[in-house]
Design a protein around this ligand. Sequence first.
Ligand code: 5AD
Length: 346
Amino acid sequence: MTELTSRLLKDRSLSLEEYAALIRTFTDDDAVILAKEACRVRDEVYGNQVYVRGLIEISNFCRNDCFYCGIRRSNKKCDRYRLTKEDILSCCEEGYSLGFRTFVLQGGEDGYYTDAVMCDIVKEIKSRFPDCAVTLSLGERSSESYQKLFDAGADRYLLRHETADAEHYSLLHPTELTLENRMKCLKDLRDIGFQVGAGFMVGSPFQTAEHLAKDLCFIADFKPDMCGIGPFVPHSDTPFGGYPTGSAVLTCFLLSVIRIIHPTVLLPATTALGTILPKGRELGILSGANVAMPNLSPATERKKYSLYNNKLSDGAESAQCLDELKKRVASVGCTIPVHRGDVKKG
Ligand code: 5AD
């Protein structure tokens, strides 16, 4: 075991420079040791349970033009759709009977979903399914808007910070999007009372070990309730179509480190990880992840929510195939409970 790994095990945190050095120099042996410890910590906090969330991709219209994302507004080849309130409610209906008790409504930044429209949808879901949590993932909005959504009954909000380095952020996004505003949104969400999810891509273009070290320091400091991390996967109709896919090994290593530095975090084994490796989800769980988010979107629209090439939406990635997911989760010693799966506070 290298020295930084034993220091991490002892102190449960490292400095920025040390995280960067660990990311640059870790060995297979380090990865195995940290994964084992991450699973022990996860089991101590959450038992051997993997929480599931039904992911409903409500719209692929987006006003933003992020260089990595397949549903960016400049992608003229993207076949756009949006779901109505009734569509969304029937997804929830189906999800509820499958055993889901959290619905994640995710979409591009689509002006159709005004505060009034969204609040009406959230209220209706909460009144029809009072034992369920509603998570929103609709990008950057004003703090007044977040407050209205919270007052309407939304419980959680996912907004990946994408990278904690401002200069790197500016290389992934057009100038109108800033890390400063992204961080303000995350703080607003937390202050309002949401359970908040941040997160980042691994292996996005121009990313260095120092950038990832900053992501780890941000996670250790902000302590988001959730942290979505997955490999960058190129989408051919974006400016980053020619860049290489991020590393699954590094993604899993970072999952383990995050579990160790922030034990109570809800950590999904992401679709992107499942997309680049046939056993990606299982490896994510074996690295310390404890959440899976199968797709509950209408089958006719699923392929259109194409954030990156070959994005999985069938098999264990599909809510309708919860049995396959259960088997895969069981193969790594875990079970899937039927409840909301809230974060445990430390
Ligand atoms: N590869 C991997 N993840 C991506 N996302 C968007 N585009 C890609 C891509 N090409 C992620 C972003 C966003 C989340 C919804 O999907 O991190 O926050």
